[in-house]
Design a protein around this ligand. Structure first.
Ligand code: 13P
Length: 249
């Protein structure tokens, strides 16, 4: 019912030359994938990624986007600029941006609206920190992040937004949430979406990925869980073989 989607988040990795090589290696390995396949690259690699994936089943995404259409925002990139490049997806609200670059629930919401208005598909990241988890605040944090991110977003857009639940303590640490825990936590997010929109929309239209040290070894177990519709892959998306094994879970 919900088509799985596996996306790579390259973060600040890969030059143009490395991008060409990685995509050339990746294409044959993922060509028969049953899920949607996306690679999200640094801005400087996007044009190359779009050109090199042309005619393949790999879609290209950016890792951030500004909320304004244009203007005096030195160093920023607009949604229109991404669309013109042929980019289809954009990651918004990644925990590294929330942690290091002052991203808030309000700026996340503004970016989501701008991206959708320009016709981009959004990968919206949410997730609790270790402190929040240990303080028993998982549900509170996820409900807040989800509610704020979807503020003023119409039901008709739900198919254009993929939610990525990434517990911050599992990112780049080698610690994965157990598949049961990831599943249960994602259920909280789906229930929140059911309340914000409707149970049927949450069940049929909202795809929710897990992210955080997902790799070839744990992908199939995670993907077998009822609530998990895909993965957002950091480290393991930088090697064609590893990423393809996750994609072909
Ligand atoms: P890792 O897969 O390296 O833990 O990163 C996850 C992530 O942050 C994807 O956005």
């Amino acid at each position: 019912m919900r088509k799985p989607i596996i996306a790579g988040n390259w973060k600040m990795n890969n030059t143009i030359a490395e991008t060409k090589q990685l995509i050339a290696d990746l294409k044959p390995l993922v060509k028969d994938a049953k899920c949607d396949v996306v690679i999200c690259t640094p801005y400087t690699d996007l044009a190359t990624a779009v050109a090199e994936t042309k005619g393949s089943n790999i879609k290209v995404g950016a890792e951030n986007v500004h909320w304004a259409e244009k203007g005096a925002f030195t160093g920023e990139i607009s949604a229109k600029m991404l669309v013109e490049l042929g980019v289809e997806y954009v990651i918004i609200g990644h925990s590294e941006r929330r942690q290091y670059f002052g991203e808030t629930d309000q700026t996340v919401n503004a970016r989501v609206k701008a991206a959708l208005a320009a016709g981009l598909k959004v990968i919206l990241c949410i997730g609790e920190t270790l402190e929040e988890r240990e303080g028993g605040k998982v549900e509170e944090v996820l409900v807040r992040q989800t509610t704020e991110a979807f503020k003023d977003i119409d039901k008709s857009e739900l198919e254009n937004i993929v939610i990525a639940y990434e517990p911050v303590w599992a990112i780049g640490t080698g610690k994965t949430a157990t598949s049961q825990d990831a599943n249960d936590t994602i259920k909280i997010v789906r229930d929140t979406m059911a309340k914000l929109y409707c149970p049927k929309c949450a069940e049929e239209k909202v795809r929710i990925q897990y992210g955080g040290s997902m790799n070839p070894k744990n992908a199939s177990e995670l993907m077998a869980m009822e609530q998990i519709d895909g993965g957002l892959i950091g480290g393991a998306s930088l090697k064609a073989e590893d990423f393809s094994k996750v994609v072909n879970y």
